[in-house]
Design a binder for this molecule. Structure first.
Ligand code: NAI
Ligand code: MG
Length: 348
């Protein structure tokens, strides 16, 4: 094996997960140049595994996963697993263990896709959401639980180190895009302590990127502009909680769940990054061939870009754009047919 091998861990998961991942791998195989080999290593994780063994992710599996170049995940979960078990025991565990401090969520309004926004505005932005801090780290507790005097604290964690590394990543991404614009989203008029750290870091790092135009929006104002003027956004950087909320809004305005891709990225490459469609396991359509694999294919493009295969990433994205442009004329296709069409478009 050469270092031109992609050593990929594959967590297909549950429901439509394996169906869409199969298409993602089909397109990945088709787009890679002949001198880059693909090695896939399947991991049996998710709801099926949990029902069978009660395990979510063992230490041994975590250690093995750490050795791969990247992880492709389909979707995990089914209605029989209590809420939180797989989120905490698998998804969040991976995110924290592999220090996925950049949660990357592109939003593009592709041809022939419906946006609930009137007039089909231009939408082409990417949210860089902090993934390891904020209010999501379990830094809290409650006392006098269940009584009228219950006290509950959920304290947001913001470290100079954690904020700076994600802000730096966002500036680098903005610098690499044609419009070179970065918007910080926070609420520094009210959350003054965390807000100060974010704004101060943003301004300081920004001086190293004179070509990048910067902007600041309070999160409430950002939700208004995402609906009234989404074209104003290029790259957005924000904390874990605000990012969670605005990325769902971003997916909603840009044509929905079958197209939204994401990356949980460790830009240092110390641990593998994980790429996945935003949607879940869709038990209502699993096995019917109705799942749209496009979100997974777009996640494969993010994976390729992260591993340095920029030309291939761009080819996958161009194939999706071209496929969608023709889709309204095309008959309704199965998961497999869409995968075949995309693979054919990217093949050399
Ligand atoms: P969901 O995203 O699985 O489904 C919501 C709706 O969108 C359904 O009507 C489904 O048919 C449709 N849909 C989703 N993906 C689609 C695709 N690729 N093509 C066409 N239609 C698609 O969300 P839901 O129903 O809330 O959750 C189902 C299960 O998935 C739950 O067990 C949930 O915990 C899990 N889940 C897992 C995620 C992950 O693995 N990261 C993320 C979200 C939910
Ligand atoms: Mg969410």
């Amino acid at each position: 094996r050469t270092d031109r091998t992609i050593d990929l861990a594959v967590i297909s998961g549950d429901g439509i997960g394996p169906e869409v991942v199969a298409q993602g791998l089909k397109v990945l195989t088709a787009v890679l140049p002949p001198d880059v080999a693909l090695e896939t290593h399947p991991y049996d994780l998710g709801a099926k595994r949990w029902h069978a063994t009660g395990e979510t992710l063992t230490d041994e599996e975590l250690e093995r996963l750490a050795g791969h170049d990247a992880i492709l995940l389909g979707a995990i979960g089914d209605p029989g697993v209590p809420s939180g078990v797989l989120e905490r025991g698998l998804l969040l565990k991976l995110r924290f263990a592999f220090d996925h401090f950049v949660n990357l969520r592109p939003s593009t309004l592709f041809p022939n896709t419906e946006s609930p926004l009137a007039g089909r505005p231009e939408i082409d932005f990417v949210v860089v959401r902090e993934g390891t801090e904020g209010p999501y780290v379990g830094n809290g507790g409650s006392i006098r639980k269940g009584t009228p005097h219950e006290v509950a604290n959920e304290v947001s964690v913001n470290t100079a180190f954690g904020v700076e590394r994600v802000v730096r990543d966002a500036f680098a991404r903005a610098q690499a895009r044609p419009r070179k614009k970065l918007t910080l989203v926070h609420k520094n008029n009210v959350l003054v302590h965390a807000g100060h750290l974010w704004k101060d870091t943003f301004d300081r790092v920004g001086r190293e990127y004179p070509e990048v135009t910067t902007d600041y929006l309070h999160v409430d104002a950002a939700t208004i502009f995402m609906v009234t003027d989404p074209a104003r956004f290029d790259v957005i950087v924000t904390d874990n909680l605000f990012g969670d909320i605005i990325t769902d809004l971003a997916a909603a305005v840009s044509g929905g769940i079958g197209l939204a891709a994401s990356g949980n990225i460790n830009p240092t490459r110390q641990f593998p990054s994980m790429f996945e469609p935003v949607h879940g396991s869709a038990p209502d359509i699993a096995g019917s061939g109705k799942a749209d694999p496009t979100a997974t294919v777009l996640s494969v493009a993010l994976l390729l870009r992260h591993l340095g295969h920029e030309a291939e990433a761009a080819r996958v994205e161009a194939a999706v754009t071209a496929d969608l442009a023709e889709r309204d004329a095309a008959p309704v296709r199965t998961t497999d047919e869409i995968g075949d069409a995309l693979a054919a478009r990217v093949a050399r």
